[in-house]
Design a protein around this ligand. Structure first.
Ligand SMILES: Nc1ncnc2c1ncn2[C@@H]1O[C@H](COP(=O)(O)OP(=O)(O)OP(=O)(O)O)[C@@H](O)[C@H]1O
Length: 269
């Protein structure tokens, strides 16, 4: 469904965050990209969603080159983003969020259209909260609303950035169950996560991102995530006695790109 070839993109000129990153996502599954903070997961999702323009490489969705398209066109092409931090409108109610979000997807690119009732079937917790404002919701309910709002766009590809961030285990498990069910409705899901365990419990394929590069796909049913992460980092599988214990801990100290905030690379002129 999605093919990314040799993608290079950054936020600041001459400072790439992703460097020749490549990955292939088969359709109708849940796929995860995992990696430590600062590895570039959000940058990847935002580039697919059209918020950042790559300086090299290609993004191909169902055979169509969508490299560098604008966010509105990405939405029309069937891509929706459930962003990190949720970015809800605090003073609008749950009902408002779902009522004002409508598919802009071109008919031929549209995935399943989600009515309010269908979204409440997916997230029954929101049914009793329709008149509540977003800021009155729990973290788990806010995350459900974030995903529900993205589904209102009738996407074929849902990008989910750290959907369990800050959630209690029970709320995280609810989100996991909902995301795991989406391929049944024809939605392909790409999730960015810092933790290995959640990804391997949910995803059909897992990619590891470190220092702006993406590993080949790992099948969590067959492969051992820690082994893959170690291999990707160029470490031996043997555990050094005095070294860091977890591969993710190693990855966290594995030279994430460091640079100051600078204006976005998108040129809107
Ligand atoms: N708007 C921005 N301007 C400049 N640099 C940025 C901007 N957004 C992110 N970066 C930098 O890009 C790099 C990758 O960040 P990104 O958010 O993509 O990583 P991540 O893997 O999603 O991490 P996290 O889990 O912390 O969100 C980091 O070095 C970060 O500081």
């Amino acid at each position: 469904m999605l093919r990314i070839n040799d993608l290079t993109v950054g936020h600041c000129p001459d400072t790439p965050v992703l460097r020749s990153a490549s990955m292939v996502l088969p359709p109708h599954g849940v796929h995860a990209v995992i990696g430590p903070n600062g590895a570039g997961k959000t940058t990847l999702l935002h580039t697919i969603a059209g918020h950042l323009r790559p300086t090299a490489g290609h993004i191909v969705l169902d055979g169509h080159d969508i490299t560098g398209i604008r966010p509105t066109r990405a939405a029309r092409t069937g891509i929706a983003l459930a962003p990190q931090g949720r970015l809800l409108w605090p003073s609008l109610t749950v009902h408002d969020h779902l009522a004002i979000t409508r598919p802009t997807t071109r008919k031929q690119d549209r995935g399943q259209s989600w009515s309010l009732d269908q979204l409440l079937d997916l997230f029954p917790e929101l049914a009793g909260r329709l008149r509540h404002r977003a800021h009155q919701l729990s973290g788990g309910e806010q995350q459900m609303l974030t995903i529900a709002r993205a589904l209102r766009l009738a996407p074929r590809l849902l990008l989910c950035d750290e959907p369990t961030e800050g959630l209690a285990p029970t709320a995280a498990a609810r989100i996991r169950t909902a995301l795991a069910g989406l391929p049944r409705y024809g939605v392909t899901v790409l999730i960015a996560l810092p933790q290995t365990r959640f990804a391997t419990a949910l995803a059909h394929t897992v990619h590891v991102m470190t220092s702006g590069r993406i590993s080949p796909a790992l099948d969590p049913e067959i492969d051992d995530a820690d082994v893959l992460i170690r291999r990707h980092l160029g470490l031996t599988t043997a555990q050094p006695s005095s070294g860091p214990r977890s591969p993710m801990a190693v990855a966290a100290g594995h030279q994430p790109p460091t640079h100051s905030r600078c204006p976005s690379s998108r040129d809107d002129s």
